[in-house]
Design a protein around this ligand. Structure first.
Ligand SMILES: [Zn+2]
Length: 317
């Protein structure tokens, strides 16, 4: 061990207003590799380092060397296409300041005690408590009308790993809870939503100067607000409030008017295009007259004429 101690690697991480670093004892293999020290002397991307190999670190916030390893936590998340993302997070044990954060290729071989979170449940076997905590979180989010799906899916996946079954009645209960809090939120939010839509009434516009451009209806967030209004009107009881209901009616009329304006706009385009077509058709007829007049004068034989009755190529070499 004493030999290794001489080969200390100081990885720097510069951040706003300073830097933190830690001292790393190299493995025998790394110490024998002359290129390793050179390549890794200033960068941090050296993967997961066991705390036994970090005798000390410098914390920028504490402003001093701490003679023990930082807190090391591994977070494994599942990405699209079953890809894994494994992050190793080093934080100061004294002040919880973030020291460093690296991504590693695979969590294989890392002791599960360092794994704070494993979405897959493959590298850190979940406990019944883990599963139950997720179910409770899903229920909590559902009660607040927030998305509960991620937590519920995690609970189901982890539960399956350890054969801890979540009864269908509980799942359905969470879904029902979400739906009723969602409806309550819609109902309570209706006056505010109507005010917000009124404030953005210029967003009732689908006419753009260029085809394919984002319309004001999409760009101002009106699309989402109107969708929410529609959902509220469809699923909740309307309050007995004449002023509010009149405002809703004005909004619905604005929505219809927006498409009427769009139709009028396209009709105007169509009229302009029709005019262009008519003008060009006129030009075709006049060109035909010019050909006839020329042929009357030019005395070409029928076959010479036929040979030349085609346009010149678009471009010459
Ligand atoms: Zn600190």
């Amino acid at each position: 061990m004493s030999k290794l101690r001489e080969r200390v690697l100081r990885g720097y991480r510069e951040s706003e207003g300073g830097f933190s670093y830690f001292n790393v004892l190299l493995t025998n293999k790394q110490a024998r590799d002359p290129g390793f020290l050179e390549n890794n002397s200033t960068q941090w991307d050296i993967g997961f380092i066991h705390p036994k190999r970090i005798p000390s670190y410098y914390c920028n916030k504490c402003g001093e060397d701490i003679d023990k390893p930082p807190k090391i936590e591994v977070v494994i998340s599942q990405m699209a296409g079953d890809q894994l993302s494994t992050a190793v997070v080093y934080t100061c044990t004294e002040c919880k300041e973030f020291i460093n954060h690296v991504h590693i290729k695979s969590p294989k071989g890392i002791n599960p005690k360092f794994i704070r979170f494993d979405e897959t449940g493959d590298y850190k076997i979940p406990t019944t408590e883990d599963v139950e905590t997720r179910v409770e979180m899903a229920l909590k989010h559902a009660t607040e009308a927030k998305s509960y799906r991620d937590d519920l899916e995690l609970a189901l996946r982890w539960g399956k790993k350890i054969s801890h079954k979540i009864p269908m009645s509980r799942i359905k209960g969470i879904m029902r809870t979400y739906w009723s809090s969602h409806l309550r939120e819609l109902e309570e939010g209706l006056p505010g939503l109507v005010e917000e839509i009124k404030k953005h009434s210029y967003g009732f516009n689908t006419v753009t100067s260029e085809p394919g451009e984002t319309t004001a209806f999409e760009g101002t967030g009106m699309y989402e607000m109107f969708e929410r209004l529609e959902e509220t009107l469809l699923h909740t009881e309307l309050p007995d409030d004449v002023g509010l209901n009149q405002d809703i009616l004005r909004i619905l009329v604005s929505y219809k008017t927006m498409f009427q304006r769009s139709v009028a706009n396209y009709e105007e385009h169509k009229r302009q295009i029709d005019e262009c077509i008519a003008a060009e058709e006129n030009n075709v007829a006049e060109a035909e007259n010019k050909i006839v007049r020329f042929l009357n004068k030019a005395k070409l034989t029928e076959s010479h004429k036929n040979e030349a009755m085609e346009p010149l190529p678009w471009d010459y070499d």
